[in-house]
Design a protein around this ligand. Structure first.
Ligand code: SAH
Length: 213
């Protein structure tokens, strides 16, 4: 699998599309302009890789729409060396964006097949997370807490308390909350028991499921 000039050109067009949709964070745009998204998808879908659309990956899951990845990443305000927890590794594309932003990434996936596939694939193209974990994201990762930011990439029916409590003071949790449609929600931890909440409109994700599988 190669990254060609054609792919690079298509990626620049995708970056233009995201700028037109009001994504402003330079680091996020640069990451999306750099990461070969077509390599994260099954071969049949490669021609679609640089459209601003979600697509099926293994195990009935999807690689999130580039706009959604960009929007969530922008809300996280990642600084280099930040410890970031991702729930829902999936294809690893969002993981790669976080790594490009300079974060130390811990990512949890509950689906064994995807976990195995992505654990092999990411290092192959040069992306090294601190840890990829097969587990249940509802519990977070208490041994590595606190995190400067936490991103959930599946639709959560409610906000899991462990995720709020594993945020550093000043830390940010970006989580789509809801059943059929999710409201993109940002929590900023202001103090041990104090959280600020902001909402950013509707998105659609595959569901965040309990327990690992
Ligand atoms: N960030 C991914 C999005 C994948 S879709 C990408 O860009 O490809 C959401 C992922 O969340 C799926 O892989 C799904 O299996 C996973 N998921 C759902 N519930 C989970 C849970 N409780 N813990 C960890 N992962 C979960």
């Amino acid at each position: 699998m190669k990254d060609t000039f054609k792919h690079q050109g298509m990626r620049q067009q995708l970056v233009e599309t995201l700028i037109n949709k009001d994504i402003k964070d330079k680091g996020v745009l640069k990451a999306i302009g750099k990461i070969p998204r077509h390599l994260f998808m099954d071969s049949g879908f490669i021609d679609h890789a640089y459209q601003d659309k979600a697509f099926p990956i293994a195990a009935d899951q999807t690689i999130s729409q580039p706009y959604t990845v960009a929007f969530q990443s922008e809300l996280l305000k990642v600084q280099p060396e930040d410890k970031v927890l991702e729930i829902g590794t999936g294809s690893g594309y969002q993981t790669a964006v976080l790594l490009e932003l300079g974060a130390k990434v811990y990512s949890i996936e509950r689906q064994k097949e995807l976990f195995k596939k992505t654990s092999k694939f990411l290092p192959k193209i040069g992306y090294r997370a601190k840890q990829l974990i097969f587990g249940d994201g509802y519990k977070g990762l208490p041994v590595e807490a606190p995190f400067q930011s936490i991103i959930v990439t599946a639709g959560a029916p409610y906000v899991p308390n462990p995720l709020l409590s594993q945020l550093a003071i000043g830390g940010r949790l970006v989580i789509p909350v809801g059943d059929k449609v999710q409201v993109m929600t940002l929590f900023i931890r202001k103090g041990p028991k104090e959280f600020e909440k902001h909402e950013f409109g509707d998105f659609r994700f595959v569901p965040m499921l309990e327990d690992k599988n």
